[in-house]
Design a protein around this ligand. Structure first.
Ligand code: MG
Length: 255
């Protein structure tokens, strides 16, 4: 079923999608391990070590470590940090922190990628609302991922849920195609116009990952060259799943 496409989007066979499940499951497992350790007093370096142990012991390879020079297995982005936070023994979680964790694993040459935002300890109502809306937006986007629909339908569904809840979409970062490489075409924007953009076909595999904020959606990269923070210092939420587009609709590979 391998076909050349001018836009570089790789179409996977049902057997290849089946093979991608192992990487997806391991990515999800690593995320679950990190989530189970989330509490005040733990450092993001400890979370990183646990995720790496989980992936390596299962025979996988951390997908992020070494990717473009990224030094760790997870991205751990605390409070005003949106994505790409480098784990550190000096970043100790505190009660009420909003922590986005992104994990990816490679198994048999296929890549899985997923993310989740957690609140440490006491949940602030406004933070919880932001997390709930971003998670709901991700699922609304996934619900649009069936053959014949367009990426604009996915992006629009995500944008609508986030904006209807009174929050803003971060536009500088997007989801992506995924397969043998972590980032493949197409870009999967978290906003859009229904019916526009790449037409979805059976065999496409994409990572859908809305990022949202309660304040201004403006972001900047900090001096380590990785961490992306909001310009107004307000917290952000980020949820991600890797999904395949099948004739029966979206199939979540990271669970
Ligand atoms: Mg991703």
């Amino acid at each position: 079923m391998k076909r050349f496409r001018r836009d570089g989007v790789k179409i996977k066979s049902p057997a290849q999608i089946d093979a991608m499940k192992a990487a997806g499951h391991l990515s999800a497992q690593a995320l679950e391990v990190v989530g189970s350790l989330m509490r005040p007093g733990v450092s993001t370096a400890e979370l990183d070590a646990a995720a790496e142990k989980c992936i390596v012991e299962a025979g996988g390879t951390p997908a992020f470590k070494g990717y473009g020079g990224f030094p760790a297995t997870i991205c751990a982005s605390v409070n005003d940090m949106v994505v790409h936070g480098i784990p550190s023994p000096d970043v100790i979680l505190e009660d009420g922190d909003v922590v986005s964790i992104d994990t990816g694993a490679i198994v048999d040459g296929w890549v899985g990628d997923n993310a989740e935002t957690f609140v440490v300890g006491t949940h602030d109502k406004q933070h919880q609302d932001l997390l709930s809306a971003t998670l709901a937006a991700m699922w609304a986007g996934i619900d649009q991922a069936f053959p014949g629909n367009h990426l604009g339908d996915v992006g629009h569904a995500i944008q609508k849920v986030i904006e209807d809840a009174g929050f803003s979409v971060i536009r500088e970062y997007s989801g992506h195609g995924i397969g043998r490489r972590m980032h493949e075409p197409p870009n999967v924007l978290n906003y859009g116009v229904p019916g526009q953009g790449v037409k979805l076909e059976e065999g496409m595999v994409i990572a859908i990952e809305p990022m949202a904020v309660s304040g201004s959606p403006r972001v900047r990269t900090i001096s380590d060259g990785w961490g992306v923070v909001t310009c107004d210092g307000k917290p952000a939420a980020h949820f991600e799943r890797t999904i395949a587009i099948t004739k029966d609709g979206p199939l979540v590979l990271t669970k």
